[in-house]
Design a protein around this ligand. Structure first.
Ligand code: WTA
Length: 652
């Protein structure tokens, strides 16, 4: 944080002004991070300070230096060091807590399964041996297409054990999306399942995987199929397809020597929406990623081995990777894995699980909290939630009203609520209050963590004045940062980095403001990415699916604050924009992207607002959708369309 103070940030967020809520004293006394000097120390030591994070891990070979920044923006964290992620998440806990639960799983049908660290060790080893047997070698990318079942984290750890990077594809994504990701990652191994329950119905996941296999260019050398549904769904296995259970049984008791990976070697790739239609393959390196994730799990989420911790995010996205699997298991805690939905069998399901398991740290998204709020405080109020010590949120801004509701009804009015800002690309939390040190400001993500050089800048890269909107950038590398993109160095540099006078700056793609205390408020994306309902989409990927529908000519998609997807669509003059076109659009979104991409509202309009150069003014559509004031539209090529769109929005 060398430039602390330039944009009005004081060096020490623990001194934040009066509009802030201090950490509760009872919490502060026992918090992992309770000494405000940590900010000073990171500022004084530079990258060296991150040794604290690396020291939380077991290294097979000690690293030579903390950071090699000789070829920016290609940074190497902890070069020379060698380690294995599965050893750090499993083996090293065996001495002290082999019989402690690592994972408690709750299935959609009320099933339960528990794994101690010893159980986890046994199954990770058996599966690692099984995968090897099927031909998986170090550096082969294994694609995992599974819902929230224990076999998903186990497969991740088994891959990590043999040095095979995993590529988790969210189970709700379509066959087409899976095929694209298999090809892009050049992955010829797949772990999937027969199906899973959606509400009461057995849903066939295997047929989606089969479909993807037909569409993909890569040839699958082997597919492993988890039997999630038992007799509820019969799937037959082909020649190079193997049942997960029989594979693990065949190798039960075998121990696989963990492959020591270079700190800079790939741990996993995760495809995420970027500024163009095709998803980007974000690559995370083993040493930096795991260090940053472990450090933040301990210091931001304050998770300890004796906690029962629950991150409600799906493992198919980055939050589930970092704080559902690698974070909690690296610090040796007990983590809850929940397959079901929050309102089934009743709307108190989440509170029931928290009470029943004495969950002490709970981490979820504002989208989920808004639903809880809508359902009513009587649901959490029915339960004893006194086990809660800390609450976290992630994924989008949380309004002060929602923040206070969460604290009051889930946190007993006492627990710190930590708003954490980060991205698939940052790998781990980058902005947040350290809960035992820095006061909380509802609605503001918080100051940068120690060692994170985040600054809000204007078009010219100059820090903005407090209160002025600008672009959120990060001026120095951090350990959890993406190592690169699967699409290559050039794309990585172009997508994320600008070279400024004072060095390279990472562009987050978010707009933000900063206050006098250095607390950052996130204003939302400034690029073509939308975040709705805890999913991240590129407008382009949704729009290209919509224009693929017969009769549709143009489309623009925006997200609303309530988490709705609204599509503005024009049709050919000889096509009547009726219910059948609407249904076809929704169907196409589900096929091309996934069920969760169905539009909530489709607004037919004769034209879309465009600049004179023909660019669609998505920002203006956003303002119209949200019923907000918008500026002068006379410079549009077609200003007359704005009034029409406004009235159609009201009619939908
Ligand atoms: C948004 C999710 C406001 C932001 C971990 C970011 C947030 C994008 C917050 C990354 C927050 C994440 N407040 N906005 N606390 N956390 N975001 O890659 O726009 O799925 O750029 O990673 O989510 O989404 P992603």
């Amino acid at each position: 944080m060398d430039d602390a103070g330039v944009d009005g940030r004081p060096r020490d967020p623990s001194l934040a002004a009066a509009d802030a809520t201090d950490p509760p004293s009872g919490f502060r006394e026992q918090a992992a991070a309770s000494d405000a000097d940590v900010y000073e120390a990171f500022a004084a030591e530079g990258p060296e300070a991150w040794r604290r994070a690396a020291d939380l891990l077991d290294w097979e070979t000690e690293y030579e230096t903390v950071l090699d920044d000789s070829d920016p923006p290609f940074y190497k964290w902890f070069p020379g060091g060698r380690l294995n992620a599965s050893v750090n998440c499993v083996d090293r806990h065996l001495d002290e807590r082999r019989n402690q639960l690592a994972i408690r799983w709750f299935g959609k049908r009320g099933e339960r399964r528990s794994y101690t660290y010893l159980d986890l060790h046994r199954e990770v080893n058996a599966l690692a041996a099984g995968l090897r047997d099927l031909g998986v070698e170090e550096d082969d990318v294994v694609t995992l297409y599974l819902p929230m079942v224990p076999e998903l984290p186990i497969s991740m750890l088994a891959c990590a054990r043999i040095g095979a990077p995993h590529n988790v594809v969210f189970a709700g994504l379509s066959a087409e999306a899976l095929a694209t990701r298999l090809d892009a990652a050049d992955s010829s191994y797949l772990v999937t399942c027969d199906g899973y329950y959606r509400r009461e119905d057995a849903f066939n996941q295997k047929s989606k995987a089969d479909n993807a296999r037909l569409r993909a260019d890569v040839d699958l050398a082997a597919t492993v199929v988890v039997d999630r549904l038992g007799d509820a769904l019969d799937v037959s296995l082909g020649a190079d397809e193997h049942g997960y259970e029989s594979l693990v049984d065949a190798h039960d008791g075998e121990m696989v020597e963990p492959v020591a990976r270079d700190a800079t070697d790939l741990l996993f790739v995760m495809y995420t929406s970027g500024t163009t239609g095709r998803p980007k393959g974000v690559e995370h390196a083993t040493g930096g990623y795991l260090s940053h994730v472990a450090w933040t799990t301990q210091n931001v989420l304050d998770v300890r081995p004796d906690d029962t911790y629950w991150c409600a995010a799906d493992i198919g996205w980055i939050t589930g990777h970092s704080y559902g699997v690698y974070g909690p298991l690296s610090v040796g805690t007990t983590t809850i894995l929940y397959e079901g939905s929050p309102d089934y069998p009743d709307r108190d399901r989440v509170w029931d699980l928290i009470e029943r398991n004495a969950v002490s740290v709970f981490y979820t998204s504002p989208t989920a909290i808004r639903s809880f709020m809508k359902w009513g405080a009587e649901y959490p109020d029915r339960h004893d939630l006194s086990s809660i010590r800390l609450l976290g949120t992630v994924g989008e801004s949380i309004t002060p009203k929602v923040w206070h509701w969460y604290r009051e009804h889930v946190g007993g009015g006492e627990a710190p609520v930590v708003d954490t800002w980060w991205q698939t690309e940052t790998g781990a939390i980058a902005l947040a209050t350290l809960p035992g040190i820095a006061p909380m400001k509802p609605g503001k993500a918080g100051p940068p963590l120690p060692g994170i050089d985040a600054t809000v800048v204007d078009e010219d890269g100059e820090p903005v004045e407090p209160g002025e909107p600008g672009y959120l950038t990060i001026g120095a590398p951090w350990p959890g940062m993406l190592r690169g993109l699967r699409e290559g160095d050039e794309r990585y540099r172009r997508e994320y980095w600008v070279e400024a006078e004072d060095g390279w700056r990472y562009r987050t793609g978010d707009g933000a403001t900063v206050d006098d205390d250095g607390y950052i408020t996130i204003l939302g994306r400034v690029d073509d990415v939308i975040n709705v309902r805890a999913h991240r989409f590129t407008t382009g990927e949704l729009e290209s699916a919509i224009v693929g529908v017969e009769g549709v000519t143009e489309a623009a998609v925006v997200g609303t604050e309530d988490g709705d997807i609204v599509a503005y669509v024009t049709t050919r003059s000889d096509v009547e924009p009726d219910e059948s076109v609407r249904a076809a659009i929704c169907e196409e979104l589900a096929t091309a992207v996934g069920e969760m991409a169905r539009a909530d509202r489709i607004v037919f309009t004769p034209d879309l607002p465009k600049t004179r150069s023909g660019k669609i003014m998505r920002r203006l559509l956003e303002d119209i959708t949200r019923g907000e004031e918008f500026g002068d539209v006379s410079s549009l090529r077609n200003p007359e369309v704005v009034g029409e769109i406004e009235s159609s929005v009201r009619d939908v």
